[in-house]
Ligand binder design. Structure first.
Ligand code: SF4
Ligand code: SF4
Length: 62
């Protein structure tokens, strides 16, 4: 699964813009959130995040 490290996310919204499945929303413009029900695990968001705030793990560790 892909997930967003809140401490590293600047809330820029780039990942939301590029996600082809519209699985990402902004939590009050502070940090992005991925809806795991919608996410297809394509990895695009991790590629485009300028702060490397998107992680890929089988288990969320934060
Ligand atoms: S692209 Fe990265 S820094 Fe920007 S909102 Fe998404 S996770 Fe946060
Ligand atoms: S992995 Fe793909 S579908 Fe999932 S949130 Fe990132 S860009 Fe969207």
């Amino acid at each position: 699964m892909y997930w967003i490290k809140k401490d590293s996310c600047s809330g820029c919204g780039v990942c939301m813009f590029y996600c082809p499945s519209e699985a990402i929303s902004m939590n009050g413009n502070r940090a992005a959130v991925i809806d795991q029900e919608i996410c297809t695990n394509c990895g695009k968001c991790m590629e485009v995040c300028p702060r490397n705030a998107i992680m890929h793990n089988s288990v969320k560790s934060e």
